[in-house]
Design a protein around this ligand. Structure first.
Ligand SMILES: *Cc1c(COP(=O)(O)O)cnc(C)c1O
Length: 379
């Protein structure tokens, strides 16, 4: 067995409450998809985000899929997504038979560029999916204005943005619907899991029905539509509730982590630290950096050197339009220059909730020692 990395890229924190609630769920016998923790977690989460309805799903991916089906998306429709995102955003569109339409991202926030959005809207556009990447909110006002004007639904992919805000309002409360992930490396985890939120009563009814095999409300075991089993167990909800109760503390840890990285990585030529726009309450799901040509070492060489020093990192997503699974079905000659560039320059540093100040210093010292020496004047 090879030695595990000294500093993992992510390590979750399981709170004492989470352990206690999971034990309670086990001892009560409510281990499947009924039980008191499901409702408690869904209601607590809806309150925390500021939405009327929330339903648990088996993952962030299935939350996105369920959202698109609830919104009536199918073959012939187009769904606008950023070219730079986790592939699940795009796969969810492809599951419905609709066509993903890619938009390049902003070079500073890495989020969908609203200025490039209008040109991509057609008569077939059914949904726009802004993704709040790495915990930084999208610039929602221009997106929402366009969507309203063109009568298009907005589905926020907030998988990386629990507790993030835009102009003081919580991400996940802007769109027609919003999807969260509770995968092990997300800000709140249920092991695997997701949440779909909406303020629309009719959509809420649809999403709950579709998630549970679309049993007819008139007659159980009568099905007028193809539904899914995206139900979650009471055990997972117990774990999620025990984490949700600590979200403020978790967000505080992310802020402290960010302050440590910012302070100790300032002023290294060619190393770009994450930017927070004035409209964003950034939750820094991951501390994402980029190295440009002037750093003197490629991103991949730097990552490999950090790995040798026991520091695990992750490179950025590849441009979605060029992923073989996507390009095979939707080949394009179009270029997405920002995404294509940052995909080669970007990576993220260890950012788990369990990271310590000493580990942060160790990471920063390693990066400093690897940065080519320069005279102080040659900024
Ligand atoms: C994690 C993630 C997803 C998918 O969530 P899973 O729970 O892993 O299925 C979707 N979109 C983004 C932006 C993500 O980071």
């Amino acid at each position: 067995m090879s030695a595990s990395p000294v500093i993992p890229v992510n390590e979750p924190v399981i709170t004492p409450e989470a352990k206690q609630y999971v034990m309670e769920a086990l001892e009560s016998g409510w281990v499947s998809s009924a039980g008191p923790f499901l409702q408690k977690f869904e209601e607590g989460f809806a309150r925390a985000i500021g939405v009327k309805h929330a339903t648990l799903t088996t993952s962030g991916t299935t939350a996105l899929h369920l959202a698109l089906v609830s919104l009536g998306v199918g073959p012939g429709d187009e769904v606008i997504v950023p070219d730079f995102t986790m592939i699940a955003t795009v796969f969810a569109v492809m599951y419905t038979g609709a066509t993903p339409v890619f938009v390049d991202v902003d070079p500073e926030t890495y989020n969908i560029d609203p200025a490039k959005l209008a040109a991509k809207i057609t008569a077939r556009t059914k949904v726009i999916v802004p993704v709040h990447l790495f915990g930084h909110s999208c610039d929602m006002d221009p997106i929402l204005a366009l969507a309203r004007e063109r009568h298009i639904a907005v589905l926020e992919d907030a998988a990386e943005a629990h507790g993030a805000t835009y102009k003081g309002k919580t991400c996940g409360s802007f769109g027609t619907m919003s999807a969260f992930s509770f995968y092990g490396n997300k800000i709140i985890t249920t092991g695997e899991g997701g949440m779909l939120c909406t303020n629309d009563d009719a959509l809420a009814e649809r999403m709950r029905s579709l998630k549970d095999l679309s049993h007819s409300p008139k007659q159980r075991f009568l099905h007028e539509q193809v539904g899914f089993n995206y139900r979650v167990t009471n055990l997972q909800a117990a774990l999620g509730l025990g984490q949700l109760e600590h979200i403020e503390e978790f967000l505080g840890k992310k802020r402290a982590m960010t302050a440590g990285y910012h302070r100790q990585l300032q002023g290294i030529p060619g190393l770009h630290l994450p930017v927070t726009k004035e409209y964003a309450g950034n939750v820094f799901w991951m501390y994402a950096v980029r190295v440009d040509r002037t750093f003197g070492m490629t991103r991949d060489a730097l990552r490999a050197a950090l790995k040798e020093r026991g520091i695990d990192t992750r490179d950025f997503f590849l441009p979605c339009h060029s992923q073989p699974a996507v390009a095979k079905r939707f080949p394009t000659q179009e270029s997405f220059p920002v995404t294509e560039r940052i995909a080669t320059e970007g990576f993220y540093l260890p950012s788990g909730l369990a990271i310590t100040d000493e580990q942060i210093t160790q990471v920063c010292d390693a990066i400093r020692s690897l940065a080519p020496a320069r005279s102080p004047q040659s900024k």
